[in-house]
Design a protein around this ligand. Structure first.
Ligand code: CP
Ligand code: NVA
Length: 307
């Protein structure tokens, strides 16, 4: 695989294989330098270019590359300012020095532009305004650990039809889950994502959109939410807080799901907004498993792309 800009760069078979590899890497991690993958990235350089803040993605990619024997190069975000040099020139420079670049940026089109102008460079989407595919890999790994498979399960996403929601829908539909998405009017998933989901949908999978969050979570096996205001949307915070008021995941909402239903969140979380403190801190919350699995899932991705 040359680039990983979207879950749609995979197919169900490759996604399943990647998740199996992630599970093996997790199991073998304590072998350290003796792991069979410890030198897979020997002599390889992976650039890290983040135009938005990050804890999980930055730390897990840094550790992941190093555990596979590769070298990480931090690229400061200010090199991306158009008044310094065109993004195309940045890409063509990087292509001469590094093997891959992990990029967190704004529009997804910036990633496709870089991939086109620098075809030898492996590009990994570390979150764009539209998609967060690395998160979805870790989310699916977390669900596989709990359930063995996601086929036939009902996953309810409540909140903003954003980047995390889009990649979750892509991945879950590819693996045969039924996804319920509840958003306020005006914050729905883009039509394009709904169409893509239908295209990649496996037998038994489905996507149903709701405006009523309570209807969406009824009998769900897992409830997922994300921040109401994503990075770059900060000026809309007050307006969004009003629009999403009814969409908080709290104990009343969890009680409508199946007994034992899981709570999921990509983090960072805003307690008291999209999730109550009780729910995120409860035993059904798998948010730190999701965060841990970022490391294993991304190592599987790096092995697949760069070995
Ligand atoms: N979930 C996630 O991508 O976290 P960071 O923004 O901290 O990388
Ligand atoms: N939707 C959030 C996800 C953060 C990991 C954002 O884009 O800010």
């Amino acid at each position: 695989m040359q680039n990983f800009l979207s879950i749609l760069d995979l197919d169900p078979d490759r996604l399943t294989k990647l998740l199996e590899s992630a599970a093996r890497l997790k199991r073998d991690r304590d072998q350290g330098m003796k792991a069979s993958t410890a030198a897979v990235l020997n002599g390889k350089h992976v650039g890290m270019l983040f135009e938005k803040p990050s804890l999980r993605t930055r730390v897990t990619f840094t550790i992941g590359v190093r555990e596979l024997g590769g070298d990480v190069v931090e690229i400061p975000a200010d090199v991306m300012h158009a008044d310094r040099e065109p993004i195309q020139d940045v890409a063509r420079n990087l292509e001469r020095w590094v093997d891959a670049v992990v990029i967190r940026t704004f529009g997804q089109d910036r990633l496709t532009q870089i991939a086109e102008i620098a075809p030898k460079l492996h590009i990994i989407n570390a979150l764009s305004n539209e998609e967060h595919p690395c998160q979805a890999l870790a989310d699916m790994q977390t669900l596989f650990e709990r359930w063995g498979s996601v086929a036939g399960k009902r996953i309810a996403y409540v909140g903003d039809g954003n980047n995390v929601c889009a990649s979750l829908v892509h991945a879950a539909m590819m693996l045969g889950a039924h996804v319920h998405v509840a958003t306020p009017k005006g914050f729905e998933l883009p039509d394009e994502v709904v169409d893509q989901a239908a295209e990649v949908s496996q037998q038994g999978a489905g996507l149903t959109e709701f405006t009523d969050p309570k209807a969406a979570v009824r009998d769900a096996d897992a409830i997922y939410t994300d921040v109401w205001t994503s990075m770059g949307q900060e000026v809309e915070y007050t307006e969004r807080k009003k629009a999403f008021r009814r969409y908080q995941i709290n104990e009343t909402m969890m009680a409508l799901a199946r007994p034992g239903a899981l709570f999921m969140h990509c983090l960072p979380a805003h307690r008291g907004d999209e999730v109550s403190d009780e729910v995120i801190e409860s035993p059904i919350s798998v948010v730190f498993d999701q965060a841990e699995n970022r490391l294993h899932a991304q190592k599987a991705l790096l092995v697949e792309m760069l070995r």
